[in-house]
Design a binder for this molecule. Structure first.
Ligand code: FES
Ligand code: FE
Length: 423
C-alpha cells in the first residue's frame, strides 16, 4: 500500500483509521529512519547532565551513538561516537569528566572539542594527510531550549525554537513549576518492548486507556491509600477526566488534565503549597494556577514525551518494526527539599518505571496489539483513532492528540525524495 493510503482521515464523517501495515512493515521503518529520525530534531539529553567544563554524556539518539560535550568555553558540542580512523566507538563511558577521548583500538586521541590531538607514530603519514580533517565527526546540528538539548542529523533543519513552535508554551509551564532550574536526577530507565514505536506515541498520551488498563493503580492502590474526594477512585472506564487533547504545530500535541489528589500531593502538600505561593508572587494567580493545576503529557514529534506530573522525559527508538528501546529520565527542580525530591523519585519509579504500577500494564497492552496485528494481516486491518473527531474542543480521553501525530507522520512520509521526483 502507498503511504498516502495507509491513513483514512475523513473529517466529514468523523472517521480516522490507520492501516496496521504502518506498524509491521520493514520498508516503512527504513523510510521512517530516513525521513523522520534523520530529519527531525531529537531529544538527546539535558544540560545538567554535563554542566561542568570537560564533562560529557554518551548515548544512542535516534539509533546512532553520539557524545555530547561541554568544553572550557562552555559550548555544547555533539559528535558521532565513531573514530575517524577506522570507526571504533571512541567513548565507552556513559558520562564523565575528561580532557580527551582515547580510542582503544590504535590509540588516537581527541580533545573534548573533537580535534585529533594525538596518535602513535604520526610521522608514518604522508605530507598530504591532514590531521585537521581527522577530528571526531560532528553531529550536524545541536541546540537547546531551557536546558533540553536536541540534535538533528540534517544540517538544513529549521532552528530548534521554531521547530518546537507552540509546544514551548507547555514546556515552559512544566519547567516553571519550580523556583529554580531543573536537573536530571542521577540514573535512568532503559527498557524495551516488542512493539512498534508508534504504539508508544499513542499510548504515552492516551487518557482513554488510563483507568481501564491501570485499574490496579487507579482503582485499587489509590483507593487503598485513601486519597479521598476528587481522587481517581471515583473515575470509571470511559469517563471524561475534564481535560483536553490539544493539537499543536509540527506534529506536537498534548493532553492536559486537571490535577487530582495523588500520593505526591498528599505527602508533600505543605511544600507544594509553598511553591505555589512563590509562583503566584512571580507569575500572578492565573499563570500559577495554569502551572500547578494540570497534569500534562507533552509530545514533541517524533519520539519525545515530557510527562509533567511524573517529571519524566521519555524517548524511544525502533530497532525493528516490532521492537523498540525506551529511555527515561527524571527531571527534578533543583530547589526541592530532599524529602520532596525523594517522593518525586519514588513516584517516577513506582508508576512509569519498567517495574512500576503503570509500565508493565502498558507493555502487556502494546505487545498484545503487536501480536494482534499479525492476526489481522493480509489485509492487515485498520486501527481506529476516531474518538472525538469533529468536536470543537477535544476531551483528553479523545484522540485528537494522536491524530495530530499521524497527520504529521503522513505529511513527512509522503514526501518524495528528490531522486524520485519527476519520475
Ligand atoms: Fe580508533 Fe583506530 S579505530 S584509533
Ligand atoms: Fe498507561
Amino acid at each position: 500500500m502507498a503511504i498516502e493510503d495507509l491513513i483514512i482521515d475523513n473529517r466529514e464523517d468523523g472517521l480516522f483509521r490507520v492501516n496496521r501495515q504502518a506498524f509491521t512493515d520493514e520498508n516503512i521503518l527504513n523510510e521512517e529512519r530516513d525521513k523522520i529520525f534523520n530529519s527531525c530534531w531529537l531529544y538527546a539529553g539535558h544540560e545538567s547532565e554535563f554542566n561542568e567544563e570537560n564533562t560529557f554524556v554518551s548515548r544512542k539518539v535516534g539509533g546512532r551513538p553520539i557524545i555530547l560535550t561541554r568544553a572550557e568555553d562552555n559550548q555544547i558540542r555533539a559528535f558521532f561516537n565513531a573514530c575517524s580512523h577506522r570507526g571504533n566507538t571512541v567513548c565507552r563511558e556513559k558520562s564523565g569528566k575528561t580532557k580527551a577521548f582515547r580510542c582503544f583500538y590504535h590509540s588516537w586521541s581527541f580533545n573534548i572539542k573533537g580535534a585529533l590531538v594525538g596518535l602513535p607514530g604520526p610521522d608514518a603519514y604522508s605530507p598530504n594527510w591532514n590531521r585537521e580533517e581527522m577530528g571526531l565527526p560532528k553531529v550536524p546540528r545541536v541546540e537547546s531550549y531551557r536546558g533540553l538539548v536536541f540534535v538533528c542529523y540534517d544540517e538544513n533543519v529549521m532552528p530548534l525554537t521554531e521547530y518546537l513552535g507552540r509546544s514551548r508554551e507547555y514546556i515552559d509551564l512544566m519547567l516553571d513549576y519550580s523556583d529554580a532550574e531543573s536537573e536530571i536526577a542521577q540514573g535512568e530507565q532503559n527498557y524495551s518492548m516488542r512493539a512498534n514505536w508508534k504504539l508508544l506515541v499513542e499510548n504515552s498520551f492516551d487518557s482513554y486507556h488510563g483507568v481501564p488498563t491501570h485499574g490496579r493503580y487507579f482503582g485499587k492502590f489509590l483507593n487503598d491509600i485513601k486519597l479521598g474526594n476528587g481522587s481517581w477512585s471515583d473515575v470509571s472506564d470511559g469517563d471524561s477526566l475534564g481535560g483536553k487533547g490539544i493539537a499543536l504545530d509540527n506534529g506536537h500535541a498534548l493532553t492536559e488534565n486537571p490535577a487530582r489528589p495523588t500520593p505526591l500531593q498528599i505527602k508533600s502538600a505543605d511544600e507544594l503549597a509553598a511553591i505555589k505561593a512563590k509562583l503566584t508572587e512571580k507569575f500572578g494567580e492565573e499563570r500559577a494556577q495554569r502551572i500547578t493545576g494540570f497534569n500534562r503529557n507533552i509530545f514533541i514529534f517524533p519520539n519525545t514525551f515530557l510527562i509533567a506530573y511524573w517529571r519524566t522525559v521519555r524517548t524511544f527508538y525502533p530497532v525493528q518494526p516490532d521492537y523498540m528501546e525506551i529511555n527515561a529520565w527524571c527531571l527534578v527542580p533543583k530547589s526541592d527539599s530532599e524529602e520532596l525530591r525523594q517522593s518525586r523519585l519514588e513516584n517516577f519509579i513506582s508508576f512509569l518505571g519498567p517495574a512500576g504500577f503503570g509500565t508493565p500494564d502498558d507493555v502487556a497492552a502494546l505487545e498484545g496489539c503487536q501480536r494482534g496485528f499479525s492476526a489481522t494481516s493480509h489485509p492487515q486491518g485498520w486501527s481506529d483513532i476516531s474518538r472525538g473527531m469533529g468536536k470543537e474542543v477535544a476531551d483528553s480521553t479523545d484522540e485528537r492528540q494522536m491524530r495530530t501525530f499521524w497527520r504529521q507522520w503522513k505529511t513527512i512520509m509522503s514526501q518524495r525524495d528528490n531522486a524520485s521526483e519527476g519520475q
